[in-house]
Design a protein around this ligand. Structure first.
Ligand code: URA
Length: 200
């Protein structure tokens, strides 16, 4: 039987060949995702930036270093979680991804979720939140958990967080994000507990 990592490696190659996203014309390469295919927690950002586009790895620039620091603060290693983006190619000059680009990359993200089946999905920032929990405001809903059924994926818990890049140089957002991040372990424990009871 294939491991989750083997399935992910396979699907990443297949989706790269099939993805109709126009951003592939300007990007250096696709940024699939990185981390542990058996992860409990999946972080989903917006789109690769310059460093990610050059290296082919998500969250390796300044926002990624901040993400690593926050992970370390809750005793989680980057290799314990899976990190990817809604859009797999860098938008020119880091502009916001267009709805069509999000739609074109969506089957790829669906496949990744369906293989990993994380206990908790953490959308980083408003674009990722909108994809899973539409109509919400990150300024009001950060630090809140939502249970949602996603077409083609099933039901998951989503924990809304500010994007690390938005919080990086903004003192009060930074404090808020660090405080929301600190609640991840307790939330994870609660979801696992709830599931255990629901199954009994
Ligand atoms: N911002 C994102 O949303 N994703 C990355 O991979 C890097 C920066």
């Amino acid at each position: 039987m294939q491991t989750k990592q083997e399935k992910l490696d396979h699907i990443n190659k297949v989706m790269e060949a099939l993805c109709p996203c126009q951003l592939r014309k300007t990007a250096t390469q696709a940024v699939y995702g990185a981390g542990n295919a058996d992860a409990d927690v999946m972080f989903i950002g917006e789109a690769p930036g310059k460093q990610e586009d050059l290296k082919g790895v998500p969250f390796v620039g300044a926002a990624g270093k901040f993400l690593d620091e926050m992970l370390a603060s809750i005793n989680i290693k980057r290799s314990d979680v899976y990190i990817t983006n809604v859009v797999k190619y860098r938008p020119p000059n880091n502009r916001d991804p267009l709805p069509q680009e999000v739609a074109d990359c969506w089957p790829w993200l669906q496949e990744q979720i369906n293989i990993i089946k994380p206990t908790l999905i953490i959308p980083l920032g408003r674009h990722a939140l909108e994809r899973f929990v539409p109509g919400r405001k990150i300024s009001e809903d950060h630090g809140k958990a939502f249970r949602r059924t996603i077409d083609g994926c099933g039901t998951y818990v989503f924990y809304a967080l500010y994007h690390p890049a938005a919080a990086l140089y903004n003192g009060s957002l930074r404090e808020t994000l660090i405080a929301d991040f600190a609640r991840i372990p307790a939330l994870l424990k609660k979801i696992k507990n709830d599931t255990k009871h629901a199954l009994n």
